[in-house]
Design a protein around this ligand. Sequence first.
Ligand code: PMP
Length: 437
Amino acid sequence: YLQLQKDKESNAQAYPRHFPLVIDRARGIIVTDTDGKSYYDCLCGAGTLALGHNHDVVVAAIQDTLVKQIPLHTLDLATPLKLDFMQEIFTMLPEPLRSSSKIQFCGPTGADAVEAAIKLVKNATKGKSILAFQGGYHGSTQATMAMSGNLSKKQHLQSLLPDVHFLPFPYEYRCPFGVGEGKTAQISAQYIEQLLDDCESGIAAPCCLIVETVQGEGGAIPAPIEWLREIRRITAERGIPLIIDEVQTGIGRTGTMFSFEHAGIIPDVIVCSKAIGGSLPMSVVIYKEELDQWKPGAHTGTFRGNQLGMATGLATLRYLQSNDVLENVRERSSQFFHSLRRLQARVQEIGDVRGRGLMIGVEIVDPRGQKDRLGHFPQSGELAGLIQERCFQNGLIIELGGRRSAVMRFLPPLTITEQEAAEVLFIFEKSVIEAVE
Ligand code: PMP
């Protein structure tokens, strides 16, 4: 099998392409390969599997849909399942979005929904330029790549949409302004405000500002809560729609259903994918009613309204809300942070431990390298790769991200138990020690 993949599958495959395993079965946080060896999966479909692999409620939803002969493909036609799913999403939203927002079903991927969101706000505002962030990630289509800072190997393929402006994200550990932690967020917000007010900034009227509250692919970098509030204030005062890309952070990942809830802000547009499909492809855009100025047919697509994805999505959303899963996310998050920070205190190669909820990053550094202006060693993608390899040998699948692929990223299922978290952390610690020795 491995040889066949090596010979015949596109060289572009990613999301740990180099792990030499062929997955046979999976359940919860465990995947088992064709040789019968089991691994803890802390990648989980890049954060898609909120309830882990093949959760009972997801399996039942698929079976039920098929047994009841619910149509699998209905384009934009209404079905009871679609209406139930929409209803469930609305009940999860804070007011005023709960009672006065609209939902647009998009193609199967997160990028589809980001594209739709951009078209939506362009149509509603007639603004042209897009404000995005350094290190951000919004997808791999031409337009979403043009809005992503985190491109690494795709840089040469990027389409340079002339209307995208990259702003400094408050990456506190490696502050883009070279000042210490704590001041980064404040300076970033002031900079953005000044830029928008400068009549000679060269920026055409913006149609939106798009941001992740925690940069995922960018290396699990959480935006400070106060900064998010400032960004909301700045965009609201200038009539610029705020799009929160919740593709990775949404649906409980950070400990609240939507990640913007931590800041108590209300975005104009929310983009969701990954976990909202409950293991199957699904993406939606949710937005304030007044932005709904589409004409019918202005945004079309064949694979919207995927019924099986709605069934698994609905089952997942209901399970999340009725089983204290968010509480589990918060408790397991503390467990992860406690243990990883203890390890950080012992190991010089761990530069930073950060994230929110169960979206956690460990930045690996090279203590032999030259310190930066803030006194931090340089990122070491090489050592991170070595730790990743050790983790794999020891039975843990974990992905890398961030600049120079130096950030080890934990995205376990939201249902991970205390015992499973302890075992994951044990393997991680053992692997780090082995790799740095
Ligand atoms: N936005 C964010 C924040 C993401 O993390 C991702 C995927 N990692 C996307 C958009 C794109 O989603 P997809 O890969 O499904 O197109």
